[in-house]
Design a protein around this ligand. Structure first.
Ligand code: GTP
Length: 508
């Protein structure tokens, strides 16, 4: 093209743009301004940014999931078109079954979502030949659910394996102690899930300043795979492996790590997994992701605060954070958050709010924000640990015979070797910088839809709180008082007993 012609075109384009701008100005359209972001002087800048980041992450995860679903659908269609007579493999047929569940779920959107999660969880337990109960290594006992374990061991020929995940967040010695304790009951695998797994077919994006706990490396994968393959060989057929556990223990991360692909949605917020999902690992093993176990409202307040995604709604931030604070070592908390000694949780939150610059309008410390901050840290990636009970007895639902049958078909020696290797390779937290947490014992879960309360669970309050509330409730008419009456902890335990064998062990 000659220069003359090129300049002529450029001139015409400029004139056209000028004309467009003029017209837009006449219509009163203004160019949108660049978002200036949160100013540095904003008191909640950190919290706001974190919230925005979380929202963005959730949106991305949702988009990713939709994209994956679309891709799977297309792949299935293509396969069917290419070979309509070929029978689907075991993994594919299981995946199809769980796909139908989704459609059914869509029809029932008006139902209580907890009931749907319960149905999905039950479906996974029923379909699974082996169930992996994922435990957070920071509080393995608090992540065990006697009701779910009972449902699994009662199922004919089902195997139950414990996966001690997030083992990078506890000191090595503590991890070893827990392993010795748990492997007396059930086969236990030490695991550290990869928290940064690549999307299918995409190169890994390496962030310059990734959080220290976000890692591509996974430990314990080989041990777990060997164990599953061994079991599959003894079964002599293709097996389904259900992955169950309380919210945020890392169920989806374990599946993604085994598959080495970002297949299941993973995130810091609790209760992200909402429906069962089948992930074929190979022709013989299919993994089943499940929604988290629903926490019974009759659990101690600390259990509700740590294990329930709606704890903040049920307990309110200050109550939830106070319950967590009550289980932690006060001296270590003071050192960790660099605040002076405190006499009550409220005083601590006031001090923390001052320390972190969390202020309300008018400059008074924002206690609620401080409580939320503590709650999000303790349910996030904070390094803390709990001690296994000094004297260990099997819970009633795991009789000696059941324990023996659970260990059949596994090479215990090999599992022990693999675990020792993982413990050596994992760079755990330092004992000096980790916080001690007093576990409340096993957490009761709900496995039957009929046990799920229609409304939000009533708040659990202590006897002292009850006295206070009694005072406030004077003047409320009888009917209303009945509806809003809180349940005391002893009442709660009477309805759904906390397992006494453990309560005695931890001295709580
Ligand atoms: N440090 C560390 N973080 C982990 C590990 N496994 C999972 N996580 C993190 O824990 C958070 C929860 O992980 P998920 O896999 O979403 O947990 P989930 O049990 O599927 O959660 P729900 O969907 O709520 O049931 C994520 O932020 C993960 O990055 C681990 O081994 N170590």
């Amino acid at each position: 093209m000659s220069c003359h012609k090129r300049y002529k075109i450029q001139k015409k384009v400029r004139e056209h743009h000028r004309k467009l701008r003029k017209e837009a100005k006449k219509r009163g359209h203004k160019k949108s301004r660049k978002d200036p972001g949160v100013p540095n002087s904003a008191p909640f800048k950190e919290a706001l940014l974190r919230e925005a980041e979380l929202r963005k992450q959730q949106l991305e995860e949702l988009k990713q999931q939709q994209k994956l679903d679309r891709q799977k659908e297309q792949e299935k269609k293509r396969k069917l078109e290419a070979s309509p007579d070929v029978e689907p493999s075991h993994g594919e047929s299981v995946a199809e079954d769980f796909g139908q569940g989704k459609a059914k779920k869509a029809k029932l959107t008006k139902q209580n979502p907890k009931k749907l999660y319960c149905q999905e969880l039950k479906k996974v337990i029923e379909a699974a030949d082996v169930v992996l109960e994922v435990l957070d290594a920071r509080d393995p006992l608090g992540c065990r659910c006697p009701q779910v374990e009972e449902a699994i061991v009662q199922g004919a020929q089902k195997k139950l394996v414990l996966v001690l995940n997030k083992s990078d967040l506890v000191p090595k010695e503590n991890l070893e102690n827990w392993l010795h304790c748990l492997e007396r009951e059930l086969p236990t695998v030490v695991f550290r899930a990869a928290t940064h797994v690549r999307d299918k077919g995409k190169p890994m994006k390496v962030k310059k300043k990734a959080a220290p706990y976000r890692s591509e490396v996974c430990f314990g994968k080989e041990g777990l795979l060997k164990l599953l393959r061994g079991l599959q060989e003894t079964c002599g057929k293709a097996v389904c492996v259900g992955v169950v556990g309380f919210p945020n223990v890392g169920k989806s991360s374990v599946i993604n790590s085994l598959k080495q692909e970002r297949i299941c949605t993973v995130g810091v917020s609790m209760g992200l997994t909402r429906n069962a999902q089948a992930v074929p690992l190979d022709k013989q093993i299919t993994l089943l992701d499940s929604p988290s176990i629903i926490v019974s409202p009759m659990n101690p307040a600390a259990a509700l605060a740590m294990r329930s995604p709606v704890s903040i709604e049920v307990l309110k931030p200050v109550e939830a954070a106070s319950a967590i604070l009550g289980q932690a070592d006060a001296r270590q908390v003071v050192l960790k958050y660099t605040v002076p000694d405190y006499t009550s949780p409220l005083e601590f939150f006031t001090l923390l709010a001052r320390r972190r610059g969390l202020h309300q309008k008018g400059g008074s410390p924002n206690v609620e924000s401080a409580a939320k901050l503590l709650w999000s840290e303790w349910t996030g990636a904070l390094c803390y640990y709990s001690q296994p009970p000094a004297s260990w007895a099997c819970p009633p639902h795991l009789a000696e015979q059941t324990v023996a049958s659970m260990k059949l078909g596994f090479d215990e020696e090999e599992l022990r070797r693999n675990n020792a290797h993982s413990i050596q390779a994992i760079r755990g937290s330092r004992l000096a910088t980790s916080l001690f947490f007093q576990s409340w014992g096993l957490t009761n879960g709900i496995t039957e839809e009929k046990d799920i309360p229609e409304h939000l669970p009533r708040q659990i309050v202590t006897e002292e709180d009850k006295d206070d509330l009694d005072g406030h409730q004077e003047g409320v008419d009888g009917e209303e008082a009945q509806v809003s009456a809180p349940v005391s902890r002893s009442e709660a335990c009477a309805v759904l007993p906390l397992t006494p064998w453990h309560v005695a062990d931890t001295g709580r």
